[in-house]
Design a protein. Structure first.
Length: 268
């Protein structure tokens, strides 16, 4: 597939999805809503995620990290670390010679993490509290839909990666076709919240998983994500899709200033 056309200046203020008035009215309220819902449901998150993924989450996340090139000894920044589900698998790949720093705006989510040897920092994707060129590999697992401005976050990702460093964004995307979308929507917006009401300890957990689907359904298309990555300066930008719904956005910071761009690919 040929590269997407260069994005316009609006890519810098691109939202991951339109406002969702069932949950919040504007971007200021959006940030407060996310802080509340994730802090309130953090204790249930891992339990419901296992239901959502039928227990397949750990091996998939580990394989995705490996496919993107994560290897022993690397310095990793995990943005939107949440309860540490991606970080746990990253630690297995980087080994004792590597280092992992996690950033998240939710103290409640980070309070559920029990991973020795990592550093946790409160912060947002659009203003990462990390030095320039401080990591070899940056991961973001299923949090793209929860940031404020896509372009601003991608600029920050580019800034903190070392030359030649790799970015991996994991997301859930709508399947192609109305039938597949309807099936996934029914599962995530009805069945998973129903299970959450039975097994969860927090009253807001069912609401979180309804919101989770609504952000997937409203999320910007893959082409917009790829275009915003290129606009931020990334090269070798590609999207790989697994099982029809798992999107892996992979990109690289050029090895040196002025280095020629790699061949872009967008696998659908």
């Amino acid at each position: 597939m040929p590269p997407s056309p260069p994005p316009t200046a609006s890519a810098k203020t691109l939202l991951p999805h339109p406002p969702l008035p069932d949950y919040y009215q504007d971007e200021a309220e959006h940030a407060r809503y996310l802080r509340r819902i994730f802090d309130a449901t953090a204790a249930d998150y891992d339990r419901i995620e296992r239901v959502l993924a039928f227990g397949s989450g750990p091996w998939y996340r580990r394989d995705a990290l490996r496919r993107a090139g994560l290897a022993s000894g690397m310095d990793v920044l995990d943005v939107g670390i949440g309860t540490g589900l991606v970080a746990r698998e990253a630690l297995k790949l980087i080994g004792s010679g590597g280092r992992l720093v996690g950033v998240d705006p939710s103290p409640g989510m980070m309070g559920e993490i029990d991973l020795p040897g990592i550093e946790l920092i409160a912060g947002r994707a659009e203003a990462l509290p990390r030095p320039d060129t401080s990591c070899d590999f940056l991961s973001m697992g299923y949090a793209l839909r929860h940031i404020g401005q896509v372009g601003a976050a991608f600029d920050e990702f580019f800034r903190v990666l070392r030359p030649g460093g790799t970015l991996l964004i994991l997301e859930i995307s709508k399947p192609d076709g109305a039938v597949g979308t309807a099936l996934l929507k029914g599962y995530m917006r009805a069945i998973v919240p129903l299970i959450a009401r039975v097994v969860a300890r927090r009253r807001d957990t069912a609401e979180l998983w309804r919101y989770y689907w609504d952000t997937i359904e409203a999320c910007i298309p893959a082409e917009a994500v790829l275009g915003a990555l290129r606009s931020a300066g990334f090269v070798d930008v590609q999207r790989q899709r697994q099982l029809g719904i798992f999107s892996e956005y992979i990109a690289r910071r050029p090895a040196e200033l002025g280095a020629p761009a790699g061949v872009d690919a967008a696998s659908q």
